[in-house]
Ligand binder design. Structure first.
Ligand code: Q46
Ligand code: ZN
Ligand code: ZN
Length: 318
């Protein structure tokens, strides 16, 4: 198969766009398209400082690479979750992030070691607070830490590497359960809320996962290939498989599902109205936005984890 633009050998065929491209033109296409999405969804301006949440995986490192190549002021944030489970997941992913950052002296890498700062790793905290379900603990911790670091370090916008497969799977899950509040908030841009929430953007949300993977490989980015050991239990993987089966029969169905949802919501704003009575206020302990009376869920979690650990120490025979 030949590249549509120059007739060289194509490295990727994107059936949903009826577009095959060679290495050079595919890399340029990914960067141009990202720039287009940033403008189209009014994600951020040239002079804004962007904090990119990097996990060491292909999507977030591809995003950081694209933003730097496009000339944006993009720094990275790595959160060390302390996940090992015999796979050295956190250690390996951090090594990939550090290697990328070392090649980009123009950018700053911020790191937060969860166990060192809060007293327990994510799997340890999950044992106490989420009946051993690390993804709930992890999501809560990442949202809080990303927002805090962005606010503390003066970034007006936080960018994550979610791709179309992630977004379509989340959309399917939210639709199956008719989670109106989540459906209302899902999209390429989550505007800043009250009480110090920063704007969140997903510049890669219209790229298929295979496209971000191809981009990372073709750009020579060393990323962690293995999924987090807890990902295998995630329901979203089953939704991704379902959507892949649909895509196989009907190329473009994933993209249509997502884009038509965004369009429908824009055309019918009353379909998903703002939830009445949901007021945010600042957590008295950390200052971040919460709907709780008193401390936010993040602060309650660490308080319980610390009390549990202190009790454990007190009852352990010397
Ligand atoms: S890192 Fe965290 Fe994911 Fe691992 S523990 Fe679950 S949520 S699967 S994106
Ligand atoms: Zn070409
Ligand atoms: Zn708090």
């Amino acid at each position: 198969m030949k590249c549509r633009k120059c007739s060289a050998r194509a490295v990727i065929n994107m059936r949903q766009h009826k577009l095959a491209l060679c290495k050079t033109h595919f890399i340029a296409w990914m960067q141009e398209q990202t720039e287009r999405f940033i403008h189209h969804y009014r994600m951020f301006a040239r002079d804004e400082r962007v904090l990119v949440a990097v996990s060491g995986g292909k999507d977030s490192l591809a995003l950081w690479d694209i933003l730097l190549t496009l000339g944006y002021r993009a720094d990275g944030l790595y959160i060390d979750l302390g996940i090992d489970e015999g796979t050295a997941y956190s250690e390996t992913s951090y090594a990939c992030v550090r290697a990328f950052a070392a090649r980009h002296p123009e950018a700053v890498l911020h790191t937060v070691d969860v166990a060192a700062v809060y007293g327990a790793s994510i799997p340890e905290a999950a044992q106490v607070f989420h009946q051993g379900k690390p993804c709930s603990t992890c999501g809560l911790a990442k949202r809080h830490i990303m927002n805090r670091v962005a606010g503390d370090k003066g970034y007006s916008v936080l960018a994550t590497g979610h791709n179309l497969d992630d977004e379509a799977a989340t959309l399917l899950g939210n639709t199956l359960s008719w989670s109106v509040e989540y459906l209302r908030r899902q999209g390429p841009v989550l505007p800043p809320g009250e009480a110090g929430l920063v704007r969140k953007v997903k510049p890669l949300c219209r790229f298929y996962e295979r496209e971000t993977a191809a981009y990372a490989l073709l750009r020579g980015i060393d990323y962690i290939y293995d999924e987090c050991p807890f990902a295998a239990d995630a329901t979203s993987l089953r939704y991704k498989e379902l959507l892949n089966a649909l895509e196989q029969d009907s190329p473009g169905s994933k993209l249509r599902f997502y884009l038509n949802f965004l369009r429908a919501r824009e055309q019918h704003p009353d379909f998903l109205p703002d939830e009445a009575g949901l007021t945010l206020h600042a957590c008295p302990t950390c200052g971040q936005a919460t709907t709780n009376d008193g401390d936010c869920t993040f602060c309650r979690m660490w308080d319980r984890v610390r009390r549990f650990k202190a009790q454990e120490v007190a009852t352990t025979p010397a």
